[in-house]
Write a protein that binds this ligand. Sequence first.
Ligand SMILES: [Ca+2]
Length: 540
Amino acid sequence: MKTLVLGDKKPLGARAADVAAGGRKRASVEGADMNRRTFLKASALAAGALVVPRLARGESAPAARPNIVYILADDLGYGDLSCLNPESKIATPNMDRLAKAGVLFSDAHSGSAVCTPTRYGILTGRYCWRTRLKSGVLGGYSEPLLEPGRMTVAALLRQHGYATACIGKWHLGLGWQHKDGAGEGAGGGKGKAKAAGGATADFSKPLSAGPHTVGFDYSYIIPASLDMDPYVYIENGKVVELPTSRVPDSPRPAYYRGGLCAPGFKHGTVLAELTKKAEAYIGERGKDKAKPFLLYFALTAPHTPHVPREEFRGKSRAGNYGDFVQEADWTVGRILDALQRCGLAENTLVIMTSDNGSHTQPLKLEEQYGHLGNYIYRGQKSDAWDGGHRIPFLARWPGKIPAGSTSDQTLCLMDLLATCAAIVGDKLPDDAGEDSYNILPALLGQATEPIREATVHHSINGQFAIRQGPWKLVLCKGSGGWSLAEKAVPGGAPPMQLYNMKDDPREQKNLYGERLEIVARLKALLEKYESDGRSVPKRR
Ligand SMILES: [Ca+2]
């Protein structure tokens, strides 16, 4: 961890670009060069250091239990934020001010390159590929993915006296009840579940499973992505307004699938509605400051349909997508303002991140706007390449996290559970958070060694990659996702890809044939993680 001052100094993104081989822009100002050298040194230290899964200082729990506000954007790319990408065509002043008041991570990863599996990992601290879902995502009618009795972040914190709320996009399956005589939904595959659940679901009956059954004592959600039916709000396990009509497929680019829809559900106002709910919740919690709270706030933006409200249209330099990112940034600002207004900002850990990389290719963001949604990283949402899962990660905790700091510690979104356990001074049982590391020392600026032994990446097609220190092994040809199908890879290509992320962060030079001993070591480690059912050492 190297503490650097943000603000009028060179943004982290510029420094990361300089670290990157063949970075687009080189620093020209002397002061910025100094920062670059400092950052290079820090990166080399982190990347080259012996990887040991132990923590340095900072393991003791802070005295006061902080509130935790976890803001999860949907498909927001590393390169979308102006604090990470100085050439971003999108203005993100509220995310930037959050970064300036806290820490900004340059090597954070989502557990998967798509929505559902990443969300499973955030809440459980366990890789989703260990569940029934081995590839793809769930639909709006799918059966619940979270296993009954499995520890979640919400359940853990509730045990420690927290009020717990889930607001926004769920996308982890729900316990829909069915009309008399109809069977349960097929579950799993989207098509089957939709056919069985959509036709037979009884929206007037309370849901048998959802956020309200896995530890959240307040929830206000939409079932899945903003482009997946049914289009309804669900509060505490009950559909707020019945979906009495159907909407057809909406044409691209503002795409969403056709299906059942509640009269009051308007795609273009969902983000604003959810923001209002989150602000109201914070307002309520402000009246009872003795009880800490968790707010898991999953935004619906900037996923399709890109439907920014009138006041945001045409305001970015990256089309509708950029405008929608700017509306998401507005949401972040509203949350920060609400915390301040309610006197909660000081004792609240705010984390802002994204569930996977930006879906850049169909948007032609680079071609049309010169905007690199995933910055210098190869590929996009869905891929095992870093564009699929290297995501923005910002955290603020006044008086605890050094303001204006940056970190190149490798972390993964599954780390939330073990980190929350450390914050409240608890120890997880061995059947919880099997892939979750406590990153509190990195948040606090006290980690001197890499925390994670290694990190597994997973693509939409179910392909694996594993990263340890500078080395990343992608266990397939192609991207593992939508960018480059395996069958499109030229003949004669090696069966896997090995990259040195320190020297080659753009994943251009496949060293598979030259470093077979590293290939073998990483492959064996991944196999061990699979067969052990865990990647974190047993805790007792
Ligand atoms: Ca997503």
